[in-house]
Design a protein around this ligand. Sequence first.
Ligand SMILES: CC(C)(COP(=O)(O)OP(=O)(O)OC[C@H]1O[C@@H](n2cnc3c(N)ncnc32)[C@H](O)[C@@H]1OP(=O)(O)O)[C@@H](O)C(=O)NCCC(=O)NCCS
Length: 163
Amino acid sequence: MESSGSLPLKNTSTAKAPDSQGIGAELPSIFHPIGHISLNPVSKLLDIPDRQAEIGSFYISRLIHGQGLGKATIIELERIAGLEPISAKFLTLWAIANDMPNKEPLYEMLGLPAPFPTESWYKKRGFTVDKYVDEPEHRVTKDVTYPCRWVYMSKPTGVDSTA
Ligand SMILES: CC(C)(COP(=O)(O)OP(=O)(O)OC[C@H]1O[C@@H](n2cnc3c(N)ncnc32)[C@H](O)[C@@H]1OP(=O)(O)O)[C@@H](O)C(=O)NCCC(=O)NCCS
């Protein structure tokens, strides 16, 4: 690979990874991120009594898009969300809606490539639409707001739990 396509990050973790001898080796002091995802185990995104866990800040590095890493990540997150102590009944998220008007100028302004249909991607992963929300003045940078349309989506984890 010519370049990682990402800026190196300083590793501020104090964790240690086991090395091949099982002794424990320091993690590298800098690394190139290939993606990120977070899981909020106590979300209230949807107006329902069931326990929800919410996906946040999900991205995969552009250089390795389309190779199955995003799909594998979501499958693993669904599994974790259904396990104790989270035991969420639904995995939820919000993302830019497919039909948000004037997406292109926003992406251009942020220096991003052409918009990807994230809503369609999640539908293919079995998520369904709960609602659409228009936010006329979403803050995209410190100085700029932009009219955005969000889609709220969810998928059952298979766990039978209530909050
Ligand atoms: C969404 C994102 C995480 C996907 O990551 P990725 O690693 O490229 O995804 P994968 O390679 O695992 O996806 C492959 C699957 O997507 C499907 N796919 C590809 N393009 C698609 C499209 N335009 N619409 C719907 N599905 C599509 C493929 O058919 C494949 O499904 P299959 O294996 O069941 O056939 C990535 O595009 C990304 O980081 N986007 C920018 C940030 C973002 O939108 N994050 C989500 C915010 S909530």
